[in-house]
Design a protein around this ligand. Sequence first.
Ligand SMILES: [Zn+2]
Length: 235
Amino acid sequence: MFHGKMKALTFSYDDGVTQDRRLLRIFEKYGLRGTFNLNSGLFGSAAAFYDEKKNRTFPHVRLRETEIAEVYAGHEVAVHSCTHPVLRNLPDEAIIREVEDDRKALSALVGYDVRGMAYPAGSGAGTPHVTEVIRANTPILYARTTVSTHTFDLPEDPLLWHPTVRHAEKDKALELAARFLALEPDTPQVFYIWGHAYEFERDDDWDWFDAFCRMISGRSDIFYGTNREILESAR
Ligand SMILES: [Zn+2]
């Protein structure tokens, strides 16, 4: 149960890009909560990505260190490694350093003990060694993968927390939302949506996402929380 409710809903967004500000305005409008996975070694870095299908570029600019505490207040900040490497390509000591240095830097910025994580560059699922190194050497409580399950089950292993759906799978996300809203479960169920906020700009999806958030919000039988709140209240 999540604070007396059998259903919970959470979001997870990666890389700490400037589009997170607009995403957070939507979350705040509808009373939604999420977890934001940040790379403390890359704060303030600016790039532009090119989208072939749309033949245009869109900005991938990361928020600055001084903005983090203010922008993400009321939500959860979590580890995404210092520099966003493919962790499975690194020696164990470097994996630990990428996670722990990020965790400590973020904790200092936000003023609480950061314990969550999302694997960078999809480098979690299918690489059990990375997961075991993190489990044995860090206090990380959970780590999200990039593998959509299209189910609402809590993770068997929180260090391999597979989300329900990526928001960019729009039709699937809508179908799952309708199913989740109608659900009257006997066991705790979580609707877990993830992505990157720059995708809304790339795909012109802001209005779609606003409507999606309106649809899933405001339900008295759903607990809206951060990843960590959901995991801890489920115990
Ligand atoms: Zn990332």
